[in-house]
Design a protein around this ligand. Structure first.
Ligand SMILES: O=P(O)(O)OC[C@H]1O[C@H](O)[C@H](O)[C@@H](O)[C@@H]1O
Length: 717
């Protein structure tokens, strides 16, 4: 990444304007907003592109003062990447660095924020028993850590884009995160405001930062032409978008020269990192961060390293995370010392939308209407008041689609209508109702940050989970005959048969979209063709799309397929593709809480006992523990937990899977049956076995709803 090391001619170090620019010191470190209650939004009143209240003005006023922040000390590198040439300075810690037992507690606070390959926590006060864990101060130091991490990977002057979903805590956290990035040595930080998770990765792609990725050559020419068009137009051009003029203040002689290239040069540099502030479908009081670099999303070990580094930076600055006084005094002092010329606010969704429109134009390739390929199509979007409303207004409508009847397009961080989550029945019911009410041909349901989606067909049939994987498999298998499709572990037997019947190969792997995508990437690296990786949650990644889990890209593929079928005069809509998909009569999930701090070990014991029970020779059972039914047989390949096939008679096949939850202290039992009542009957067998001590007499398990099944079975019901 060739970023110029040329210093700015001059830089400012004023006081009030910087604090204003970063929106710091305006509120408590932990915002105390409560959700406003909104009436249901009318379909036509959406305005996803319009920025919500922002703490970052488009063009910060020229600084008035030039004196350095009093009592500053140089920011040390915290063990990553060497000292930052021109990184900011941290104000002197109020009571010295944090050490000893307090340091241990600080590290634990940061570590608890890790959720797999994401960071997540509670960001707003107001819900009983849910104290703030992802405070403004914590996010500041995560920003410091990410900038240092990028520098440690060889990016001397990182340029970082930051987007957010509509959560109420978003504006404050984006400001403190930006401040942290600049202090950690970021050369430029561009705040996009409302954005989506895939859009953030695309900011790297479209600015030319991921051009050696695995996308198809056809797509690259699209991406590059959009990128160059974007550079000419205003959205990615700081000069046009109101970036503050470089060098409008005096030079702060206390600070080493910053590695910031002039604004015009910076605009031409690709983003080295991109970050989305979101907690996906979690409630309004949560928030979180997802990180991207040119190679893709950061993974678990990277996040662990970031959080460790963030804790070290907080300790060094003497800031006690979670203590508003400690956090606020630090954040305000930092704001006063920041160089505002490193920060710009730029809308990115218009640029990103243009790239999605281009994909649809190329995909449909309409001889009659290349530029308006969706003329005559009625498609509705249910964005659940998350970030996805732009898709109707900036992608579909400009291509000629009728999007009337779309619902909940307006971003509202209280999510007043339904959880923005295509796994949630209320979200799917809402999308289906919108299709039926408007008579649309197709519906798209997005999650909050648009890395997941689902479809509704013209009849209002909900196409999510196994059905959506089957639909995408049918599309992908036509383009890549014989390809392997990797899914998570809880997919149906019908899906495996469906993929097989179309000539594909199904690899049923583990829960967790990162696990699923990782398995597909390894297959490709080993020479096996694997074009699609998709989880029942709606996370789906295509090899042609950088292996990125991307709900908007899945929607684009579905729309192209829909129009293609129309053009060919195919009978029926998209759901016709699913004609060969056998569906179970029942699909259920039960969760058993493990009440122990070492829940992984306890869960592991239960699972090995379960394996022994299921594979034991048929018999009567012993010591009050019943034997496993003779109709059960262990699945031959298991990547997590134990999946058991159930012979339900007359050719009917059920299955159950007992596994550990990915992140939580839970055992999860998934059951599918082709018989009404079959799922409960199978779950009751497991419940009775657990209750009778089959996995050990004193195991700290809270059976939850399974307890009632065990009791009913004992009572002979
Ligand atoms: O293991 P579970 O508790 O079912 O959770 C598993 C889920 O965890 C997270 O939400 C991941 O984003 C999903 O990809 C994954 O499927």
């Amino acid at each position: 990444m060739a970023v110029s090391q040329r210093p700015l001619a001059a830089r400012s170090s004023g006081t009030a304007p910087q604090a204003h620019a970063l929106g710091l010191g305006l509120r408590g470190a932990a915002a105390t907003l409560r959700p406003r209650r909104h009436s249901r939004a009318p379909a036509s009143s959406s305005s996803p592109g319009a920025p919500r209240a922002s703490l970052i003005p488009a063009a910060p006023p020229a600084p008035a003062a030039t004196s350095p922040a009093a009592g500053s000390v140089p920011l040390s590198n915290g063990g990553l990447g060497g000292p930052a040439a021109g990184a900011g300075v941290l104000p002197g810690p109020p009571s010295g660095p944090i050490t000893g037992a307090a340091l241990g507690e600080l590290v634990r606070k940061f570590k608890r924020l890790q959720n797999g390959s994401d960071i997540r926590g509670i960001a707003l006060e107001g819900v009983p028993n849910e104290p703030v864990t992802l405070s403004a101060g914590a996010v500041f130091f995560i920003g410091v850590a990410f900038a240092r991490w990028l520098r440690s990977k060889g990016h001397a002057a990182p340029k970082v884009s930051v987007g957010r979903d509509p959560r109420l805590s978003g504006p404050l956290l984006e400001s403190t995160f930006a401040a942290g990035l600049i202090h950690g040595g970021a050369a430029a930080v561009h705040l996009f405001g409302l954005a989506t998770t895939p859009a953030m990765f695309y900011s790297i792609v479209l600015s030319g930062g991921a051009s050696s990725g695995p996308a198809s050559p056809a797509f690259f020419s699209t991406a590059n032409s959009v990128a160059s068009a974007a550079k000419r137009a205003s959205p990615l051009n700081p000069d046009a978008a109101g970036s503050p003029p470089a060098g409008s203040g005096g030079t702060n002689t206390m600070l080493p020269p910053p590695p910031v290239p002039p604004a015009s040069e910076l605009a031409a540099q690709p983003y080295t990192g991109a970050v989305m502030l979101t907690a996906s479908h979690l409630p309004y009081n949560a928030n979180g961060l997802k990180f991207f670099v040119a190679a893709g999303g950061l993974d678990k070990p990277d996040i662990a390293e970031l959080l460790q580094s963030a804790a070290a930076a907080a300790a060094e600055a003497g800031v006690n995370i979670g203590d508003p006084v400690s956090e606020q005094s630090h954040l305000v002092a930092v704001a006063l010392s920041l160089d505002p010329s490193r920060l710009a606010r730029l809308p990115f969704l218009p640029t990103y939308s243009a790239s999605l429109r281009d994909l649809i134009k190329r995909g449909v390739n309409s001889p009659a209407n290349y530029h308006f390929p969706l003329l005559g199509c009625h498609v509705v979007v249910d964005a659940g008041n998350g970030s996805g409303g732009f898709f109707a207004e900036q992608v579909l409508a400009p291509l000629g689609a009728d999007t009337s009847g779309s619902v909940f397009l307006n971003p509202d961080g209280t999510f007043p209508n339904h959880p923005p989550n295509p796994e949630h029945p209320a979200a799917m019911a809402s999308g289906a109702a919108a299709v039926k009410a408007s008579g649309a041909e197709l519906g798209i349901v997005f999650d909050t940050d648009v890395d997941r989606s689902a479809i509704v067909d013209a009849a209002g049939r909900e196409i999510n989970s196994n059905r959506f994987i089957a639909l995408m498999s049918a599309v992908v298998l036509r383009q890549h005959p014989g390809t392997t499709i990797v899914t998570d572990s809880v997919t149906s037997n019908g899906l495996t048969d469906f993929i097989g019947a179309l000539g594909g190969k199904h690899m049923r792997y583990k829960r967790g979209y990162k696990n699923v995508i990782g398995a597909g990437m390894r297959l490709n690296a080993a020479g096996e063709d694997c074009a699609l990786m998709m989880e029942t949650s709606g996370h789906g990644a295509l090899r042609e799309n950088f292996f990125l889990d991307d709900g908007a890209y899945l929607a684009v593929k579905a729309i192209i397929e829909h129009v293609r079928r129309k053009q060919e005069g195919a009978a029926g809509g998209l759901a016709e593709l699913l004609a060969g998909l056998a569906e179970p009569a029942e699909s259920r999930e039960w969760r058993v809480r493990i009440q122990h701090s070492d829940f992984k070990a306890v869960g592991g014991r239960v699972l090995s006992a379960f394996h022994e029970w299921v594979t034991a020779a048929p018999g009567e059972g012993e010591g009050g523990v019943p034997a496993a039914p003779g109709s059960w047989s262990l699945e031959s390949v298991n990547h997590e937990g134990w999946r058991v096939n159930i012979d339900e008679g007359e050719g009917r096949r059920g299955w159950l899977l007992l596994r550990q939850s990915l992140h939580d202290p839970l055992l999860v039992l998934n059951v599918e049956s082709e018989l009404p009542g079959g799922a409960e009957a199978a779950a009751a067998r497991v419940a009775v076995w657990l209750k009778a001590g089959g996995a050990g007499a004193e195991l700290p398990l809270d059976l939850g709803a399974l307890a009632a099944l065990a009791a009913a079975a004992a009572a002979g019901k």
